[in-house]
Design a protein around this ligand. Sequence first.
Ligand SMILES: C[S@@+](CC[C@H](N)C(=O)[O-])C[C@H]1O[C@@H](n2cnc3c(N)ncnc32)[C@H](O)[C@@H]1O
Length: 293
Amino acid sequence: MNPFPHVAVLATETTEIFSPGLSGAILDGTGGAGDHIALITARSSEQLTAVVFDRDPEALAHLKVRLASLGDRLILVHANFADFPEILAEHGIEKLSGAILDLGISSNHLRPDRGFSYREEGPLDMRMDFSQGDTARELIQRASAEELTHILEMYGEVRHGEGLARAMKQTVRGGGLQTTTDLVDLIRLESPSVGAKFMSRVFQSLRIAVNGELQNLERFLDAIPAYLAPGGRLAIISFHSLEDRLVKHTFKGWAREGIVRLGTKKPIVPTYEEVCANKRSRSARLRWVEKEG
Ligand SMILES: C[S@@+](CC[C@H](N)C(=O)[O-])C[C@H]1O[C@@H](n2cnc3c(N)ncnc32)[C@H](O)[C@@H]1O
């Protein structure tokens, strides 16, 4: 059995952004199963140091084994990629010859006990880093009905989320919503005719809020230009429109200011064959930039 079930998306397209023989330091903010960084380092120079982040303790344990052959060229960190400046400073790294983010969750997160999936019963958790922070249930408890409505509408593009938000608050107050199945049952009760797409949007919105996903991406994007060496490349794969929009507008803004050159005008998307082989890849959008000299 694969100990860490995840298939990297746009693997060749992402790897080829980074030139063979790359040296210096590359940052992988979302190590996951380690496929992208393993492919990049396999064709890089022996002088390339890989600084690999993951918030998920399970991913980190897997990465330690998967990337062991890098030896002391590997710096593995259990941290949020948004905090990368402090980590680089701790290791005396001032400039990066490359950086990559492959956003969102890995297939490992879809295991029932992590509480991300509406398809199987598990605790209503959804934390990528289960060692800290509020679970999805605690978030529902803590947020006001207005905040929850905003989360559903903004991050899940759920229309008229206030009814569901109020019902969620009321159910949590009564001690309910302990599991993913409890949430699915509540959604069905509130909106009997909705299908899988709606379920997935509600779950996605809570996941984004629980993990502060957009805020982390914003913090990363604010800081990264100053750390890219001239000619250094940054590649970002996003899986939903909010993230992709943020990446697109930020990259375009940098290009207008002469900070970077855009790698491609349009995002790189998976081939038909990749989507057939890995359904999860269907919403992937890859954009990249190169720091001007
Ligand atoms: C889509 S997977 C990455 C897969 C990886 N590129 C590969 O080739 O296997 C995303 C990973 O990033 C991690 N992650 C997401 N947001 C993060 C953040 N803000 N900081 C650190 N890790 C994060 C998740 O825990 C997950 O393991």
